[in-house]
Design a protein around this ligand. Structure first.
Ligand SMILES: CC(C)(COP(=O)(O)OP(=O)(O)OC[C@H]1O[C@@H](n2cnc3c(N)ncnc32)[C@H](O)[C@@H]1OP(=O)(O)O)[C@@H](O)C(=O)NCCC(=O)NCCS
Length: 163
């Protein structure tokens, strides 16, 4: 099977259960999210659906500290392909779609923290230093229970400059 662009669509409110399960299939790489959290943010999700949801992807907008000189960044989050469906092009289709969705928002950059920098490099992301991602550290890493320090966690920070 080769992933079809046609199977990419915005999430429906009825997808929450499947989104929840798809995220939980990759707990090492993807932060599990509660059912209620996904429900409140379901309209930020895109899914790959070919008769069942095989992959999901979402985004969050980073806070801005310097309002006079804002650095608008959008982070790719909750990007997960079901284990049995990996390697079939579903991740590629989801990420390419989400890059277009986020680019249309006209942020300065799209960021991601990942264990698989080589995958994201295929789509133009380049490695950046975590020190440059203060918004992310402020928003997410402070509450991380997996690693003691965001600067020593094994995930690689990457960015795709938009303009
Ligand atoms: C990483 C992930 C999203 C990739 O999705 P996928 O559907 O398996 O990937 P695709 O089949 O679309 O692969 C597209 C290309 O990336 C390559 N690729 C896939 N996984 C890769 C990885 N882990 N590292 C490097 N390259 C990878 C493929 O070989 C393919 O290359 P090609 O186009 O040259 O043939 C998926 O494996 C996954 O859900 N992993 C666990 C959760 C995770 O890490 N999510 C990302 C959090 S930031």
């Amino acid at each position: 099977m080769k992933a079809e662009k046609l199977n990419i669509r915005r999430a429906h409110i009825t997808d929450i259960g499947e989104i929840y399960e798809t995220i939980r299939e990759n707990p090492t790489e993807v932060l599990p999210r509660s059912y209620q959290d996904i429900l409140r943010n379901f309209d930020r999700f895109t899914v790959y659906d070919d008769g069942g949801i095989k992959g999901v992807i979402s985004y969050q907008v980073m806070p801005v500290f310097d309002i006079e000189n804002p650095d608008f960044a959008v982070e790719i989050v909750s990007f997960s392909v079901r284990r049995a469906e990996q390697g079939k092009g579903i991740g590629r289709a989801l990420l390419l779609h989400m890059i277009e969705v986020v680019k249309a928002m006209e942020p300065h950059r799209i960021i991601v923290l990942t264990f698989y920098p080589q995958f994201f490099a295929k789509f133009g992301f380049v490695e950046t230093s975590k020190e440059k991602l203060f918004q992310k550290i402020y928003q997410g890493c402070l509450n991380c229970t997996k690693y003691r320090s965001p600067l020593t966690c094994p995930e690689v920070a990457m960015e795709l400059l938009v303009h």
